[in-house]
Design a protein around this ligand. Structure first.
Ligand code: FMN
Length: 396
């Protein structure tokens, strides 16, 4: 078995990654009550960076708290007071030679949830139809949420401003980049969706107008952050719902984003009402959508949902994708990359796709893993403590 391709370097925007493996954004619920970094956040990410990925994409972080999410363990860049912890987080990841990127979100949008005011481009309710969920989330099927609140134009403009302010905070905390979260049916994704976005103003009504919010964010981020900073974009290839966006339109979006100077596209799939495509019950489901995007753009394309090392190496070798992002596999075994690099694949503790991780996260617990009892308690394990802080220009 040869995994050489997985460990070849690749330039992503201004930065060279040491290999083709990334830690996919994976919500853990470990933040403090105000979205700040905790010791568990630091040790969890230290474990994943130390395991050898070339890029760590920090989980869904909030650019604002206008519509809730405080107190449920979600990281936030909405305030300066969170910067000290974020600085430690960036350093912990970079200490192991991984690029440190943060996924930044406008919020969960139409997703119903306790303590959340659901909102969106239009008042299109979310319905969790029978059969729409992956294993572990089936209990949500059969629920129809009240319609989300349709945002007024000044509110959307304010969300844009708050997003840019948070992106600047991420940069000042020392991260290498941001990933704009335009996937999974959350707030930004809902504006890109022909199903969720029924507006008839400058934020919706035609393909071009559904792009307005995303383009405003991308342009203003690039303007504010400069060229020497990675800006990636996460998007679902196909929403997999009736009236939803198809892969053909996502290809058009990807081409536009590339022209606007995006440094990578990170594929995902499905939407709120089709979560079984976002968190597939088997591996390889998202690869064809990623491959279709890869054929249309020159910037690197990242694909999740490949768990087997040989399949990951083949996908890169055959040029189907540029980078493989690992989520559940890296919860199950943070050492997955180093074990593959050293040919110790038989020592990998494999993810069994039981979705205990999703079940715990979506039911209000912190994320846990059925095969790795260390998930959630890395802060008690000295091998996962972050390296000592470097402050100022002190001598060694
Ligand atoms: C517990 C859990 C939390 C997740 N949180 C996020 C997130 O914060 N942002 C995001 O874009 N995707 C998130 N995802 C989706 C993953 O990034 C990934 O795309 C998906 O799990 C499929 O890849 P996998 O088969 O390698 O797990 C999450 C997945 C899991 C299992």
């Amino acid at each position: 078995m040869s995994f050489t391709e997985l460990f070849s370097p690749l330039k992503v925007g201004p930065k060279e990654l040491k290999n083709r493996l990334a830690f996919a954004p994976t919500g853990m619920g470990n933040a403090d009550d105000h979205g700040g970094v905790t010791d568990q956040t630091l040790c969890h990410y230290t474990a994943r960076a130390k395991g050898g990925v070339g890029m760590v994409i920090v989980e869904h972080t909030m650019a604002n708290l206008k519509f809730g999410l405080e107190g449920i363990g979600c990281l936030g860049f909405h305030r300066d007071r969170n910067l000290a912890g974020m600085y430690d987080l960036a350093n912990a990841i970079k200490a192991f030679g991984a690029a440190a990127v943060v996924q930044l979100s406008l919020g969960l949008g139409r997703e119903p949830g306790p303590g959340l005011e659901s909102f969106g481009p239009s008042a299109v309710p979310v319905e969790f139809a029978p059969g729409c969920m992956p294993k572990g989330l089936k209990g949500f099927e059969g629920y129809t949420a009240p319609p989300p609140r349709e945002l007024a134009i000044p509110e959307i403009e304010e969300l844009e401003d708050l997003f840019i302010a948070s992106a600047l905070r991420i940069q000042s905390a020392g991260f290498d980049g941001i990933e704009i979260h335009g996937g999974h049916g959350y707030a930004l994704a809902s504006f890109l969706s022909p199903h969720a976005n029924q507006r008839k103003d400058r934020y919706g009504g035609s393909f071009e107008k559904r792009m307005t919010l995303a383009l405003n964010l991308v342009r203003r981020c690039r303007e504010g952050l400069g060229k020497d900073f990675i800006i990636g974009f996460r998007i679902s290839g196909d929403e997999h719902i009736q009236g939803g966006r198809r892969i053909s339109e996502t290809i058009d979006i990807a081409r536009i984003l590339e022209k606007e100077g995006i440094d990578y596209i990170h594929l995902t799939s499905g939407t709120l009402e089709a979560k079984k495509f976002t968190f597939p019950d088997k591996e390889g489901v998202i690869l064809p959508e990623a491959e279709a995007i890869k054929a249309a753009v020159r910037v690197p394309v990242i694909c999740p949902n490949i768990h087997d090392p040989q399949k990951a190496a083949d996908a890169v070798k055959k040029g189907r994708v540029d980078i493989v992002s690992l989520s559940r596999s890296l919860l199950a075994d943070p050492q997955w990359p180093v074990k593959v690099r050293e040919g110790r694949t038989n020592e990998i503790r494999r993810c069994i796709l039981c979705n205990t991780c999703l079940n715990t996260l979506f039911t209000g617990f912190k994320t846990r893993c059925a095969v790795n009892p260390d998930v959630g308690r890395e802060r008690f394990m000295p091998e996962y403590f972050p390296p000592p802080r470097k402050i100022g220009k002190g001598k060694k």
